[in-house]
Write a protein that binds this ligand. Structure first.
Ligand SMILES: [Mg+2]
Length: 372
């Protein structure tokens, strides 16, 4: 019954919105300072009357994409995929645009939202058996700040009920260690600290960093070395000082296979894995895995949270990107209470955009593609 309904319905139209979302404060990581998040949304309408949503998270230092490229790529994808049924859309997305990971992930998210709505299941349940009782305890991230400000931020995060803090590194080993020391003193021993160097170091600097981090009780370090430096990553992981998690090095299952023996865990992000199915495929490799985000609003983060619940490999959660946004136009979606992410119970993604956001978007940043 459900299958025949899905089969008879085709993609009728797509609307694409490029929405620069303001940040509460500038966010600095190794190679850039961001003042806004260039989010791109996709709204699909299907001939059975259902409507579904996706979001692309372009971050040029990670996936090589920008708001402009995602906006253009989604327009092309829509022109190719209108008039298709949902399952053929998914199959085609696996072959189209091999380097536009964020744009493809937005389209895949919107098709999976549609399919799970049509099946009457929350997206996580549609994707896999999942675990309804799994607590999605997220960290909150501190960008590269001077030690006193980083310590102040850490105290604020703990006051908000979070028990895990992720700290961005990459300011030079001495500065990074000074920041970690200030944060550890500010929050005490009970708070979990994980760090992310975003490819800032080589293996020699990385070893100095890891030896310096030892007294601070670090849970794991993300991507200490360049994404292609698997030998450096292995050398650092083999030290046994701090477990090494691959992020920029791991976009796909093939990347995950190449990383065998080089790292302890992997960070899966929808805008790297080309969507939910790609994320699940990486999870099946069995690494201790994190579901992370980059610049997503609560809409994209809701999809990531569904993925997190769908597979047992996902044990670590970095779903805080929308907490730094200065505007929120998402209806439904996740809520975060005391550091724990709560998912909506409704069928599908359970998140959409309020039309109010349209007044913040230039006419040239909205486009509609209709079938015929
Ligand atoms: Mg990272």
């Amino acid at each position: 019954m459900i299958r025949s309904r899905v089969k008879q319905s085709v993609l009728e139209s797509a609307r694409i919105f490029w929405v620069p979302v303001p940040l509460k404060k500038p966010f600095r990581i190794a190679t850039m300072v961001a003042h806004q998040a260039p989010c791109v949304f996709l709204q699909l309408r299907w001939t059975d009357g259902l409507e579904s949503w996706g979001e692309a998270a372009p971050l040029h230092s990670i996936n090589g994409e920008t708001g402009r490229t995602c906006f253009a790529a989604l327009q092309d994808l829509a022109e190719w995929l209108v008039n298709q049924e949902a399952q053929p859309c998914l199959a085609l997305l696996g072959r189209l645009m091999p380097f536009q990971h964020a744009a493809v992930s937005a389209f895949e998210m919107a098709v999976q939202d549609y399919l799970s709505q049509a099946a009457g299941l929350p997206l996580w349940r549609f994707l896999g058996p999942g675990d309804p009782d799994k607590a999605l305890r997220t960290d909150q991230t501190i960008s590269i700040l001077p030690p006193p400000q980083a310590a102040e931020e850490a105290a604020r995060i703990v006051h908000e009920g979070f028990t895990i803090i992720k700290v961005k590194l990459g300011d030079g080993v001495r500065a990074d260690l000074a920041r970690l020391e200030a944060i550890r003193i500010a929050v005490g021993e009970e708070v979990t600290l994980r760090v992310d160097a975003n490819q800032a170091y080589d293996a020699i600097e990385g070893e100095t960093l890891l030896r310096g981090l030892e007294p601070f009780g670090i849970e794991f370090i993300e991507q200490p070395v360049a994404k292609t430096d698997l030998a450096g990553m292995k050398a650092l992981n083999d030290l046994g000082l701090v477990p090494v998690m691959a992020d920029e090095s791991c976009f796909s299952v093939l990347d995950g296979l190449a990383l065998r023996g080089c790292c302890w865990g992997v960070n899966v992000k929808l805008s790297k894995s080309r969507g939910l199915a790609g994320g699940l495929a990486i999870a099946q490799l069995g690494y201790p895995s994190m579901v992370g985000g980059m610049i997503e609003t609560r809409l994209g983060t809701t999809a990531a949270a569904h993925l997190a619940r769908a597979h047992p490999s996902f044990q670590y959660f970095d779903l805080d990107s929308s907490l730094g946004h200065g505007a929120d136009w998402v209806i439904g979606g996740i809520s975060v209470r005391d550091g724990v992410v709560h998912l909506p119970d409704s069928p599908g993604l359970g998140a959409s955009l309020d039309s109010g956001f349209l007044s913040h978007v230039a006419g040239s940043q909205v486009v509609e593609v209709r079938g015929g």
